[in-house]
Design a protein around this ligand. Structure first.
Ligand code: GDP
Ligand code: CA
Length: 314
């Protein structure tokens, strides 16, 4: 079994490649839920949904999120009622949130619901939300004073509503310290043949998972079997807000900056060929640098990256 720590878009693309290299039944995706938010009374869990749609073959590949070919009729109707509609939820996507919200009200746990959704969408890999407890990623910014405190923005407000334009002063994962990893998470990390940290946002997507009690220790104790993949290529993030967060929190915006964050958790670090110049510095951190083409532009590229990552682990 292969365990993968994942966020949304970057993580899901990597997972799409991985399930073409190993049997999907052997893949356990442990997915960030710090971005979860309620809209219109519905419980929305963006990263697990992206992963489920991607592995179920219905994701909008171009956007990276949502359902391919979806329409936004209901959202247009809500706008006429004067509702805030900055968070885009398509008509088909809405069904997922209605289903999840109903099941949670009936007493199901988030991880049970994620399993049900994956099954209904034909996903054979296991999709595990990182925790059944509520963890909220909050970005502290220089945005004008808000009811949530001085410039403290829930993640989706920071990223989607305000377009990651506010200078970042801090990042916290509310509730993470007291939230237990979901059933199956620590077991997967203990038993996995390999543990992969997907090319996801190291701070906003991987950070909340690592902040859960026991997770960081679980990786560190199995460091020989862990590989991280850089989401930063040639000093740039392919999408916001990884670069904004790294810079705001004083990290170098480069694959090396990411490698520093993973040095105690991984043995292998996969970085893009474009960043070949960084390999000596990565090696100096005590990580084994492995170069690959990390831009996952199509199915073949996704598969090749997953294969290179697994091969590096032996
Ligand atoms: P989010 O939750 O939707 O923000 O997605 P993730 O956290 O999983 O991934 C965001 C990160 O994925 C960004 O920093 C991107 O640079 C990275 N990313 C997206 N596509 C690619 C790709 O093709 N290759 C690599 N190396 N990184 C990618
Ligand atoms: Ca996310």
């Amino acid at each position: 079994m292969i365990a993968v720590l994942s966020g949304g878009v970057g993580g899901s693309r990597f997972l799409q490649g991985l399930v073409r290299v190993v049997p999907p039944e052997e893949v356990v995706a442990i997915v960030n839920t710090g971005d979860d938010e309620e809209f219109f009374g519905l419980y929305v869990s963006p990263d697990p949904d992206i992963v489920t749609y991607a592995l179920g073959g219905i994701v909008d590949e171009e956007r990276g999120w949502g359902v391919r070919g979806d329409t936004f009729r209901w959202l247009e109707a809500m706008r006429r009622f004067g509702h805030e509609t900055w968070f885009q939820i398509g008509d088909r996507d809405l069904a997922t949130h209605l289903y999840r919200t109903r099941r949670l009200r009936e007493g199901a746990t988030p991880s049970q619901v994620a399993g049900e959704l994956a099954e209904r969408l034909g996903v054979r890999a296991r999709v595990l939300p990182m925790s059944d407890g509520r963890v909220r990623t909050v970005v502290e910014t220089e945005a004008p004073r808000l009811p949530t405190g001085r410039g403290a923005l829930p993640f989706q407000r920071y990223l989607v509503q305000r377009g990651a334009r506010d200078r970042v002063l801090g990042l916290r994962f509310e509730g993470a310290g007291g939230a237990r990893p979901a059933p199956g998470v620590l077991e997967a990390l203990r038993e996995a043949e390999f543990i992969l940290i997907a090319p996801s946002d190291p701070l906003a997507s991987i950070g909340p998972i690592l902040a859960l009690p026991g997770v960081r220790e679980a990786l560190a104790s199995r460091r020989d079997r862990v590989a991280g993949v850089s989401p930063i290529v040639a000093g740039r993030s392919l999408r916001p807000p990884a670069a904004e967060l790294l810079a705001g929190l004083g990290h170098e915006v480069s694959a090396l900056g990411v490698a520093r964050l993973y040095r105690d958790l991984a043995r292998v670090f996969v970085l893009d060929r474009e960043d070949a110049g960084l390999t000596p510095a990565v090696r100096e951190l005590g990580l084994e640098p492995v170069m690959a083409d990390t831009i996952m532009r199509d199915a073949a590229a996704k598969e090749a990256l997953a294969r290179a990552t697994l091969e590096a682990l032996g």
